[in-house]
Design a protein around this ligand. Structure first.
Ligand SMILES: Nc1ncnc2c1ncn2[C@@H]1O[C@H](COP(=O)(O)OP(=O)(O)OP(=O)(O)O)[C@@H](O)[C@H]1O
Length: 459
């Protein structure tokens, strides 16, 4: 389980000190506050799991604090304490959602037991949350076949999975998948194949931009022995290999016009002829084509045949870029952290919450592939199981590039994130000499220390 962070809100200085020492000694991270306003500031800036809350407080009643905490931070579990043993307050506190109640004075051993119980409760709660979270939108069987899960819960990705299921039910409707690089076009193409009745035959993926023009025809249609120099034996082309299955044509718009005509004829006639042969071979293949380019523009420019486009485009699936479905970012982050750390055999014990914030502010031009690679690199770079912004160089680099005004650019509005990035930049610039960095930032050395701790900046 992750580190447990506990906030103690009590106006008695001696009590606060004593309980903090005890909690620190027990291996928890303990923060303390004297008044509710101070506690709410801490809550705004820190991820807290458990709050130990005194009933009698300055500024506002402990029960009011409890109610506000439960409303604003429903995941925080609250242990109430009081020196006054007031039964009504106990009942009210329980009603408002406190998990434990302690009359003062109590033994620290009892507090330890209460925290352990609460910890177990939090862990159970997290497991339940994980189970109910629709991590993957496709079934287990399909995951095994396509080699990866399809993660996301945004409207855009749910629609993609829905269309995938619908077109899979048809037998040979051609599909055109559009979307920027790294959005998961091949993943979706595989999904269609393995959801369809063709799943027992081949799914054959061809990257059209990688095949030299001279080999195109023989790769697609095959050749007869002696058909040209180097054709030493009969060879089947991809259409024959994928017979009964699916041929995935990635970057289809990269095909030369001559090949585009030939492909169109195959789609119309459903038969091929190997080079050098006079025999037609009937083929039964579903074509799924994909592109990350603007096909309409290519048609206008005369680079792509419109008749081929209409043939391929009987059914179109568009995968939106990741920046247009930001709700998927936390799910993908969580998923990749778990899967990649497991794959690399590296246990990740803490993740700076700034990472998710920064990702939500980042435009991911390389989409899910970029995010995956970024997380993998960060896990490899991480020390002692802690993932911090320092491990995500690519993530902050575009914003840190020039100067602070670059950070306060068009798409970052998160003040805390900006503060953290500016502090990191000052530290980097001064070779991690704190006094110099503080001077550069125009704050005292103590103020810098407080912020380094607050933002968990690795030095
Ligand atoms: N929704 C998703 N859930 C999980 N993984 C995903 C998702 N979308 C993409 N990926 C992963 O991102 C990587 C890139 O996906 P894929 O190769 O399918 O993209 P693509 O759109 O075909 O890219 P390109 O246009 O560059 O060929 C793969 O590792 C894939 O498993």
């Amino acid at each position: 389980m992750k580190d447990i962070r506990i906030l103690v809100l009590d106006d008695e200085k001696v009590f606060r000190k004593e309980i903090k020492e005890f909690l620190d000694g027990e291996g928890f991270t303990a923060l303390t506050a004297e008044r509710p306003s101070e506690a709410f500031e801490i809550l705004q800036e820190n991820q807290i799991d458990i709050m130990i809350l005194d009933l009698r407080l300055p500024e506002m009643d402990g029960l009011q604090v409890l109610e506000k905490v439960k409303n604003e931070y429903p995941d925080i579990e609250v242990i109430m304490i009081t020196g006054h043993g007031d039964m009504d307050a106990v009942i009210n506190a329980m009603r408002l959602g406190a998990v434990e109640f302690f009359p003062k004075p109590f033994r620290l051993l009892d507090m330890r037991a209460a925290i352990q119980r609460t910890k177990r409760y939090i862990s159970l709660h997290e497991q339940l949350k994980e189970i109910s979270q629709t991590y993957s939108l496709v079934s287990k069987d399909l995951i095994e076949s396509i080699g990866s899960e399809i993660i996301g819960n945004s409207f855009g990705i749910r629609q993609v999975v829905d269309l995938m299921g619908k077109v899979a039910k048809t037998d040979n409707t051609s599909v055109l998948i559009t979307g920027e690089s790294g959005t998961g076009k091949e993943l979706v193409a595989r999904g269609i194949h393995y959801l369809s009745s063709r799943k027992k035959s081949y799914f054959y993926a061809v990257n059209c931009s990688a095949i030299p023009d001279s080999l195109f025809e023989s790769e697609f249609f095959g050749h007869k022995k002696g058909a040209f120099t180097g054709a030493n034996e009969d060879k089947a082309g991809w259409f024959e290999v994928a017979h009964g299955g699916t041929l995935f044509l990635d970057e289809v718009v990269e095909m030369q016009p001559a090949m585009q005509s030939k492909l169109l004829r195959v789609l119309e006639e459903r038969k091929i002829r190997r080079i050098g042969s006079s025999v037609d071979i009937p083929i039964d293949v579903r074509i799924i084509a994909a592109t990350n380019q603007d096909v309409n523009k290519l048609i206008e420019e005369g680079k792509f045949r419109s008749d081929l486009y209409y043939r391929l485009n009987s059914f179109q699936i568009h995968i939106p870029p990741l920046r247009e479905r930001k709700e998927d970012i936390p799910l993908l982050l969580d998923y990749y952290l778990k899967h990649i750390s497991k794959k690399l055999g590296k246990k990740i014990t803490s993740v700076d919450p700034m990472i998710e914030k920064a990702m939500l502010n980042y435009s991911f031009p390389g989409n899910v592939r970029e995010m995956r690679n970024m997380i993998e690199r960060a896990i490899i770079l991480s020390d002692s199981g802690r993932l911090t912004m320092k491990n995500f160089v690519g993530l902050i680099a575009p914003q840190v590039e020039s100067n602070a005004s670059g950070v306060i650019g068009e798409d970052i509005f998160d003040l805390e994130l900006i503060e953290k990035i500016v502090i990191m930049k000052a530290l980097e610039k001064t070779g991690y000499k704190k006094s110099e960095a503080a001077q550069l930032l125009n704050i005292t050395r103590q103020a810098l220390d407080r912020r380094i701790e607050k933002y968990d900046i690795n030095l």
